[in-house]
Design a protein around this ligand. Structure first.
Ligand code: ATP
Ligand code: MG
Length: 474
């Protein structure tokens, strides 16, 4: 006797319903984060599996851990025991009517080789803006097969930003077609974060988390806008230039004497064949941090000129801390890249520092949370005051921060091929004293930010050649 098994599927939202009923060959569901796209992929796969016995469907993401966390695990939770078989070697769910749902990853051109000879009726590429147009074409060519009683379709889900932003936008949003592409085959459903009632109820602070993002990322992920061109990562950093003496709506300020009682810290990143960076910070009684001094230089290869050995770097740091009037006699807490404790040959960088009386604790190197800390601190409160200031003499910070770009693959991270040692060292420091996002309700940033976007903050010097050693005095 066979027992009937039922799968309880919560009600879809309006956009998800559109997704389920769309019969175009290429269907894109994209826009805001958290709109319910991945959920719609899973439910659509079940609906088609039930409707077309024997249908073979393939769900693709960039990595297996992502596939497992975002699809395989939720599927196995949703399906009642005994209603399916899961083959972990083949990464395939088989349902009693012969329908299959398989999971494959593709992060690079090399992974495409694994798709040679692969055939499926329906394909889902989740997070398609993370792959290139060529990869999309090769993958979608796997949608073929003899069974003409089942649909042949390719669904994609996506968020703006990422290496595939332009081709997704061209085909689905702008609807610009090249010869050989048929406009009538493409359809687009714009996802909005507020479409997802389930998420709004289970995580009421989700919107305020997205609202705390810097403007471009916020526009892309909260509003689902396809018109943002990523670029400058710290677009929320403002240098109001020479003549601005107030502390409102600016991060760069004139140096001042450090009041008695403020704590002093040092953050450090070693440059293996790249510049090292050391920053000194003062923290006031409200927890606002001030970058007061910095030492930034080159440890480059010998043929680049004078090479700064660890010995020289730390004797300079020790000397500065002995002699500079802002640092002299202070207890200075240090935080550094944990990699400086790795001893490749003989003494580690951290041990060399310790010999000079320069001590550090290991920084938390979680990149994205670290960048978020910097974003949170750069945001202005309702009166235009940030939680981080930079003294005008810290020229390397002021020069390099605006140059850093979004990573094409991971828009929440920055492109680490840029000159990022100062940002890294700042991140280690900020992670040692994290703050919460300053949400709109608390800080009323709206008016402030709108005003600021009109201000020309681009009056910065062009990226000059790396200097061997840059500004350590006020
Ligand atoms: N109709 C629904 N009923 C119940 N829960 C839902 C529904 N749609 C989505 N969810 C839940 O909302 C959360 C976010 O949905 P999902 O992960 O599908 O969003 P997403 O658009 O893929 O997000 P991201 O852009 O971050 O990839 C998940 O926990 C998901 O299970
Ligand atoms: Mg998703």
């Amino acid at each position: 006797m066979s027992a009937k098994k039922y799968i309880d599927i919560p009600a879809p939202n309006k956009k998800q319903k559109l997704f389920f009923t769309d019969e175009h060959k290429y269907v894109a569901y994209g826009g805001a984060r958290g709109g319910g796209k991945s959920w719609a992929v899973r439910v659509n796969a079940l609906l088609l599996a039930a409707k077309y016995p024997g249908i073979s469907q393939l769900i693709i993401r960039r990595s297996y851990p992502e596939l497992y966390a975002n699809h395989i695990k939720p599927f196995l939770k949703l399906l009642p025991k005994g209603s399916y078989k899961y083959n972990d070697t083949k990464k395939e769910i088989r349902l009693p009517n012969g329908s299959t749902i398989s999971f494959r990853y593709c992060a690079s051109d090399k992974d495409l080789l694994n798709f040679q000879g692969t055939e499926c009726d329906v394909m889902y590429i989740d997070e398609a803006t993370q792959i290139t147009e060529e990869q999309f074409r090769v993958l979608s060519a796997c949608v073929r097969g003899a069974s003409d009683h089942v649909p042949k379709r390719c669904y994609i889900t996506c968020n703006p930003g990422g290496v595939g932003h332009s081709w997704v936008k061209r085909l689905f949003v702008d609807r610009q077609y090249k010869s050989g592409e048929k406009a009538e085959e493409y359809s687009f459903i714009q996802a909005g974060v507020r479409d997802n009632k389930a998420l709004m109820e289970s995580q009421p602070d989700y919107i305020s988390q997205l609202e705390a993002l810097p403007p471009k990322l916020k526009e892309a992920w909260l509003e689902g806008s396809w018109d943002v061109h990523m670029g400058q990562f710290f677009e929320d950093f403002f240098d109001r230039g020479e003549h601005y003496t107030d502390r409102q709506y600016t991060h760069v300020i004139e140096p001042f004497e450090i009041p008695e009682g403020w704590r002093i810290y040092r953050s450090f990143d070693w440059g293996y064949n790249r510049p090292f960076s050391c920053g000194w910070w003062a923290v006031d009684f409200d927890g606002v941090v001030y970058r007061i001094l910095e030492m930034y230089g080159c440890t480059g290869t010998p043929n680049e000129g004078v090479r700064w050995t660890p010995e020289r770097v730390f004797s300079e740091i020790a000397r500065t801390e002995r002699e500079h009037r802002w640092l002299r006699g202070k207890r200075i807490g240090g935080v550094a890249d944990p990699a400086i404790w790795d001893a490749e040959t003989g003494e580690s960088i951290a041990e060399c520092a310790a010999r000079h009386g320069v001590y550090f604790t290991k920084g938390d190197h979680a990149r994205v949370p670290g960048w978020m800390q910097l974003h949170y601190r750069l945001s202005f409160d309702e009166n235009g005051f940030p939680m981080l200031y930079v003294f005008k003499n810290c020229k390397a910070f002021i020069r390099t921060l605006p140059l850093l770009q979004y990573d094409a693959q991971r828009p929440e991270d920055l492109d680490s091929s840029g000159e990022d040692h100062i940002a890294d060292e700042t991140r280690y420091f900020l992670m040692s004293r994290p703050i919460k996002p300053r949400t709109k309700a608390e800080a009323g940033r709206n008016g402030g930010l709108k005003l600021l976007l009109d201000i020309d903050s681009a009056a910065l010097p062009p990226p000059s050649k790396l200097q061997r050693m840059e500004i350590i005095d006020e």
